[in-house]
Design a protein around this ligand. Sequence first.
Ligand code: PLP
Length: 252
Amino acid sequence: MLSIAGYDPSSGAGVTADIKTIAAHGCYGISCITALTVQSTRGVRRVVPVSGKAITATLDELVGDFVISAVKIGMLGSAEAARAVARFLKCHRFKTVVLDPVLVSSSGTRLLAPEGVQVLKRELLKLADVITPNAAEAAALTGIRIDSSQDRERTAQKLHELGARNVIVTGGHLKIPNDFLSMDSGARAKVLTGRKVSTRSTHGTGCAFSTALACNLALGKGLARATAAAKKYVTDALKSARPIGKGIGPVV
Ligand code: PLP
């Protein structure tokens, strides 16, 4: 399993958190860092991009050595990183590509530059098998605010029009934390019901969900079953997370 994502030194989100999730699924994780961040459980202070050249060289090195069963893409940081990842996906065909369109941290720091959002919309959405925006990310990509279940369907439809084949709008931040799965460019849909877990340890839930989804797909589950398994993994992680750090603690 290859995680292409940012580096969070507190290991709540980003590649080091992804490696923990991948290991918990019995898979082997490799990674390519797209940006460093200066952050702790108290928030993201700075984003330091990695050059497109270094990203391309890392990805080429890894793909030359490993059989990659699934790719998960998280924080990209810059337009240069987004372009390097798009080029990589166009050059190689992978069985499973999960894209978590990370845009802004919970603490309010931009995790993808505005020009990078355009690359994500124009190029990356159609190169992924499934995308996993939360309600805020889906709204930022489509301009539709999600207040009702109809809004969620319209949002998923708009994301399909932008080129995404399968969309999961995660609902962890909403009052009723249901996930909405829209498959085959909107031909089939499913609501996955959930219960709010009361915890302060929510940092990295998006990373854990998208990586668990990629692992379950790599292990051979279909999309609906893999989504349910990823949701269960995150719910169990939220329930068992220990309160580490002075801020929003890591979920895994
Ligand atoms: N840092 C990195 C490297 C991330 O990938 C993410 C989210 O995907 C974040 C920070 C933000 O996480 P949170 O929204 O839980 O603060």
